[in-house]
Ligand binder design. Structure first.
Ligand SMILES: Cc1ncc(COP(=O)(O)O)c(C=O)c1O
Length: 389
């Protein structure tokens, strides 16, 4: 079976992890800061906070931006549930914006319309989370302009987009946003097993992110209350309600070691996508359109069946490929259609592009180590499916 994704661990990754396991620090050691420094160097953002998952990164990002009960958080319909769950964790109200059928990211025109309407009703979002689906950056300059007009914070959910670019800036630079989050989950372009990061250029936000990651605890003397006892040199105090969202040092070592070969990882993934681009032609397939100002992080390769050109359905393609021992994924069913979200009563007809996408899209196998022989098998079988009646 060709899987649709697979993690990529080599001997140097294992060595990097074992080195930490044999050291004095399993958690909170030097690797955390080293990983943060590597991420800052890569993205040119000023601050980085690494945490135990991107879900945690999104959660504390919302808290650091002051999201609370009664506020609105908006995101794209088509993402992993974490992109909106973070709003629910903060007791905020959530809402969705339809996707653009060119790249499956947030539709800027729909966003503009929705913001205009929301302003009239005094229901503007406090935070907009834009999702760089499959690794393709959203049109960040337009989003930044809107955030200035309508005064909302922007978080980039860049879980798929490490090593991607928008207008020559690395995703994660936060040039167009308040915070950018990355994921180091096992199947992401680089992994820590589980892990994530929040990048920002704002020192106050960064301080809050760091506090929220570790129980809201500080060693800053100005917060110490000396009234009741003599302060020891090891003293710390909790100054806000935080969490234990820390990454371990051995996980950080794994991610940092992988980050060292990010260029290689990126190049290999790009080659796979180029292969699909070149070999899936003259078929009733619609591929993502990436504008020239964007370099993808090549996390997923999404295709849609063009139902104006074929009667064949997506489930038939998926079943055919499974029979041929080729596994595929689907990213994602609309967040509002999850069982848990039914109570919020979103209507599918309010998101027509999402409806089309979720009936026609699949993600083809894409991982480091996917060889040419298997790639040929995949494209040949897709061709056979469409060409043989
Ligand atoms: C777009 C998106 N956002 C958020 C997340 C959550 O990341 P993590 O698994 O690191 O919590 C994921 C992970 O699958 C994701 O793909």
């Amino acid at each position: 079976m060709i899987p649709y994704t697979k993690h990529n661990i080599n001997n140097s990754d294992i060595k990097a992890v074992v080195k930490v396991l044999k050291s004095k620090n399993l958690t909170q050691g030097p690797e955390i800061e080293l990983l943060e420094n590597s991420l800052k160097k890569l993205t040119k953002s000023k601050y980085a906070t690494v945490v135990n998952s991107s879900t945690s990164a999104l959660h504390i990002s919302c808290l650091a931006l002051g999201l609370k009960k009664g506020d609105y958080l908006w995101t794209s319909t088509t993402s992993f549930v974490a992109s909106s769950n973070c709003g629910l964790y903060c007791d905020a109200k959530i809402d969705f914006v339809d996707i653009d059928l060119n790249d499956y990211n947030i539709d800027i025109n729909q966003l503009k319309k929705k913001l205009k309407k929301a302003k009239k009703k005094n229901k503007l979002p406090k935070i907009l989370i834009v999702v760089h689906l499959a690794g393709i950056s959203c049109k960040m300059s337009e989003i930044k302009k809107l955030s200035k007009i309508y005064k909302f914070f922007v978080i980039e959910d860049a879980c798929h987009a490490l090593s991607g670019k928008f207008k020559n800036s690395m995703v994660g630079s936060c040039k167009y946003s308040d915070i950018t989050t990355f994921s180091f989950h096992a199947i992401k372009n680089i992994t820590a097993g589980e892990g994530g990061a929040a990048m920002t250029n704002n020192s106050e936000i960064s301080k809050k992110l760091n506090l929220l990651r570790t129980h809201g605890i500080t060693r800053e003397k100005k917060f110490f209350s000396k009234k009741n006892f003599k302060i020891l040199p090891t003293h710390y105090e909790q100054i806000l309600l935080g969490y234990n969202f820390r990454l371990t040092d051995f996980q950080a070592a794994l991610a940092r070691n992988q980050l060292k070969r990010l260029k290689k990882i990126f190049t290999e993934r790009k080659k796979i996508c180029d292969f699909y681009d070149k070999n899936l032609i003259n078929l009733p397939i619609i591929k993502s359109k990436i504008s020239r100002e964007i370099i993808s992080g090549y996390h997923l390769y999404i295709i849609r069946i063009d139902q104006t050109k074929t009667k064949k359905k997506r489930f038939e393609l998926v079943n055919y490929l499974l029979k041929k021992k080729i596994s595929v994924g689907f990213h994602y069913i609309p967040i509002y259609s999850h069982y848990y979200y039914k109570k919020y009563k979103f209507k599918i007809d309010d998101f027509p592009n999402t409806k089309i996408f979720s009936n026609t899209a699949i993600s083809l196998p894409l991982y480091n180590g996917l060889n040419k022989k298997n790639l040929k098998r995949i494209t040949t079988q897709i061709g056979r499916f469409f060409n043989n009646d």
